[in-house]
Design a protein around this ligand. Structure first.
Ligand code: 5AD
Ligand code: SF4
Length: 481
């Protein structure tokens, strides 16, 4: 790709680099120059976030920055002065949705010539996407990458004042930037980043390229954030990282994630969740801590991706199906009553029917409570995208359907076991359609819709389960804690 001198363009080769350089922790990198301070006065922003929880959390930082610049939020893009799409690159269909949305929203420019369009998140880190934006989406004024969020005030100012496109995407290992503004979207549940990036380089995955190297926040910074959340009335936090098991390795934190998790548990916050755990380096110490503390929720997301050893090897997953099952069984035994979810990819290049059958066998053994199932999507720049593929799309689609029959079956069977039981539900709020129906989640992360009267969001309520569906439970409230 031609390098444009004006812009900082994404560079997948640079993004792939991993050095031994110590990561810097930046505590005062974010600042708002005086001329930029009030650029949002009288202006509204519409922010839409796609993809994973890391992106959701970035969205909260972006909203925090925009509101420090005096922008006001709107959920109606027709009245927005800034439309910002915070994007996901993990599969092509996610990208197509964003490009479709950008095309669809273009007409708004005619109504409001000063309207700014921006694109950020993982798609901004991809060379081919930014190339397409430059050539075919001329109305997009601002593109910035996942390493450039702290630069938003200056970039926005440039885009607004110069009336020229502003593109700034750093492709680097990344640092840890503390003290960025945040606007929490939840009132009782919050995301807490414990680390950024990924060094696993599974052969199908773009994330290590879009999010840089694995780098941890310091224990004290994480605990300080949790303490503020407790003070602000938050009941549940989810500790976030592409692979939380690697937490602290770069900082030589003794005890790694097990130590951090225990320290977080000791803060006394009501509910703790964490995601994602790679099956490869899930330590026994971690299992013990999860089992020991009542405020660490008995719910484990453990992506398996495939049940075939040869496939796992080509995917670069670093474990065999047997090692996965050993870990799974150990967790099941030690963390009483735990629920499990997983991610599975079908139709990886040259996947044979036998390999696919191995995946079904593993699913039938583990009986996951919830499974996220995907057809493999080639990502430019990853090793798998360069592999020839002899599996036709209709076979991949059939496999996905077949797999979903199994995963949905087990989801329903697991949910059936809750019928007649009383569960503790952290209430999200009343349903939009019927204010006598509330919803919330159990410790095992089961979505429960239930009837009750005058129930407050953010409280924990005992609910008797009456009906089980594949993806939710129905019940009635018994008493409020
Ligand atoms: N194609 C399909 N699914 C993918 N995932 C990651 N990369 C791809 C890809 N190229 C899935 C994996 C991962 C989840 C977040 O997304 O299952 O665990
Ligand atoms: Fe992607 Fe693998 Fe890293 Fe997960 S562990 S983000 S699947 S490279």
């Amino acid at each position: 790709m031609k390098v444009n001198q004006k812009w900082n363009m994404p560079d997948l080769k640079a993004a792939k680099q991993r050095t031994k350089k110590q990561v810097t922790i930046e505590k005062s990198l974010f600042n708002i120059p005086s001329e930029v301070k009030n650029i949002g006065v009288g202006r509204k922003y519409y922010l839409r976030t796609y993809g994973c929880q890391a992106n959701e959390r970035d969205g909260e930082t972006i909203a925090g920055i925009l509101e420090e610049l005096q922008f006001e939020p709107t959920t109606n893009y027709e009245e927005a002065d800034l439309i910002l799409l915070n994007t996901c690159a993990v599969r092509k269909n996610a990208e197509d949705k964003v490009l479709g949305e950008l095309g669809h929203l273009k007409y708004l420019r005619q109504k409001n010539p000063d309207l700014l369009f921006g694109l950020c998140g993982c798609m901004a880190q991809e060379e081919d996407v930014v190339d397409t934006i430059i050539k075919k989406y001329k109305h997009v004024d601002l593109v910035f990458g996942t390493h450039n969020i702290h630069r938003l005030p200056v970039l926005l100012y440039q885009a607004m004042m110069s009336k020229e496109r502003t593109i700034e995407v750093f492709s680097k290992e990344g640092e840890v930037i503390e003290n960025l503004p945040v606007k929490r979207f939840g009132t009782h549940k919050a995301w807490v980043n414990i680390m950024y990036g990924c060094d696993k380089f599974c052969t199908y995955c773009i994330v290590p390229y879009t999010r840089g190297k694995e780098r941890s926040r310091q224990v004290e910074d994480i605990l300080d954030e949790v303490k503020v959340l407790i003070k602000d009335g938050f009941k549940e936090i989810t500790l976030l990282g592409q692979n939380v098991n690697s937490y602290g390795k770069d900082l030589q934190v003794e005890g790694g994630f097990a130590y951090l998790l225990e320290e977080v548990a000791k803060t006394g916050i009501e509910r703790i969740r964490f995601t994602t755990s790679h099956p490869w380096d899930f330590s026994d110490e971690m299992i013990d801590v999860i089992a020991k503390y009542d405020n660490i929720m008995p719910f484990i997301h453990l992506p398996v991706q495939s049940g075939s050893d040869s496939m796992l090897k080509i995917m670069g997953r670093r474990y065999t199906s047997e090692q996965y099952l050993t870990l799974f069984n150990k967790l099941k035994e030690k963390v009483k009553g735990a629920a499990f979810s997983t991610d599975i990819i079908v139709g990886f290049p040259n996947e044979t029917d036998e390999q696919f059958q191995d995946t079904l066998k593993l699913v039938d053994h583990c009986k996951f409570d919830n499974s996220f199932t995907f057809i493999y999507s080639p990502r430019v720049g990853t090793p798998a995208a360069a592999m020839e593929d002899n599996v036709p799309m209709d076979v991949k689609e059939q496999r996905l359907q077949e797999l979903m029959k199994h995963t949905n079956h087990w989801a329903k069977v697991n949910n059936e076991s809750y019928k007649g039981k009383i569960v503790k539900v952290l209430v999200d709020g009343p349903s939009k359609k019927n204010k006598d129906v509330y919803s919330g989640y159990t410790p095992q992360n089961k979505l429960v819709n239930f009837t009750g009267e005058n129930i407050q969001s953010g409280t924990i309520v005992d609910v008797e389960i009456i009906e089980a569906k594949s993806f939710s439970l129905d019940g009635k409230a018994i008493k409020v804690d």
